[in-house]
Design a protein around this ligand. Structure first.
Ligand code: PMP
Length: 347
């Protein structure tokens, strides 16, 4: 197989290593559907998730608008990955980071945030309608710091700041189109802010008429009901993190998918465990929701199509949850077979 010459030139800083991630063919999913199912390896970004792209774009946009000063503080409400991306961008660009995070998020992500240099403010997990929701706490904290800190503060606002979506309009989407030589027939992913889904959709739709865009929604999210019945309505719950949404964010405004799927955790977890055992891909729960959606879209379109999705982040961020037999058993969820009781010790 011929391959383009790799770009081995030195990067000016770690931010220049964000993006240009490879597409990886998912062998089993492809064989079972007769399609080519490709996962974009966003877990290879420097902050180990798809959210590095949004973090960089948001900070660059704020700098261009003069909204952030050297030594200033970036404040964000985040389930974790955006905060990790912001912390690394802030370190390189000379800012500090304060992250407001719901206390229910995984310990691994909280620890990674601390290791990335972010100051953490943990708050109880309450709905968006509650003024103490992490997003509102972050906004108020940014306003306070803007008034009291000499170098000011900036609220990154990933849900409603469309510099987030723009990272995918200019980066992720065109990369998928180019890497498939324009052969991509469908794209599917879940939405947290919606930046990835709406941004990639915009980039692909302007390049290829008839491309099919699908939402892969976890339980507990209101988007599936919104796009299929017109009513924002959430049912059930999910242990996946970083995805699912109860409202139409600014990043989702004006976007409509061609297909929508509601994926139960049981289906997503079986896929996460299989990708680990059969493909050597060690991934988090949202990647399972995404690949489940890609398989459903492949079945709907029929054999011969090329479908891309996002492999958002890695399993290490969820070791205490998705890969913890006790945590899974308590919730009646499937278990990775190799994590159960050990077989008899070898003689
Ligand atoms: N997967 C993970 C693990 C995430 O952290 C996020 C971001 N919250 C997403 C998927 C969804 O990405 P987006 O915000 O672009 O919708």
């Amino acid at each position: 197989m011929s391959r383009a010459a790799p770009d081995l030139s030195p990067r000016p800083d770690v931010l220049a290593a964000i993006g240009n991630t490879p597409l990886i063919r998912l062998r089993r999913a492809s064989e079972e559907t007769g399609c080519t199912i490709l996962g974009k390896a966003e877990f290879l970004n420097p902050g180990l998730s798809v959210k590095d792209r949004a973090a960089l774009s948001i900070v660059q946009d704020a700098e261009a608008r003069g909204l952030i000063r050297p030594g200033g503080t970036i404040v964000e409400g985040t389930a974790g990955n955006t905060g990790i991306g912001l912390a690394l961008v802030a370190s390189v660009r000379g800012y500090r980071t304060v992250i407001v995070i719901p206390e229910t998020q995984s310990e691994e992500k909280k620890q990674t945030l601390r290791l990335a240099g972010a100051r953490l403010v943990e708050v109880p997990a309450v709905p968006f309608a509650n003024p103490n929701n992490y997003v509102h706490v972050a906004r108020r904290l940014a306003e306070r710091l803007a008034a009291t800190e000499a170098a000011g503060a900036f609220f990154a606002d990933q849900f409603d700041n469309v510099a987030n979506r723009q990272a995918h309009v200019e980066g992720t989407g065109p990369e998928i189109y180019e890497a498939t030589g324009g052969a991509v027939d469908g794209f599917v992913c879940a939405a947290g802010t919606g930046g990835t889904l709406a941004g990639v959709a915009e980039a692909l739709r302007t390049r290829k008429a008839g491309v099919r865009i699908a939402l892969s929604d976890p339980e507990g999210s209101a988007l599936y009901a919104h796009y299929t019945t017109g009513t924002l309505k959430a049912e059930g719950s999910s242990i996946t993190e970083g995805i699912g949404q109860g409202r139409i964010t600014a990043n989702l405004a004006g976007f409509t998918p061609d297909h929508a799927y509601r994926i139960p955790d049981t289906e997503a977890l079986e896929i996460v465990f299989r990708l680990m055992r059969e493909e050597g891909l060690s991934l988090g729960g949202s990647s399972g929701i995404n690949v489940a959606g890609a398989i459903r879209l492949a079945r709907e379109l029929g054999p011969g199509h090329t479908i891309a999705t996002i492999l958002c982040d890695g399993a290490a961020r969820y070791a205490s949850k998705l890969f913890n037999p006790a945590f899974l058993a308590e919730r009646g969820l499937p278990q990775p077979d190799w994590l159960g009781a050990s077989p008899d010790p070898l003689p």
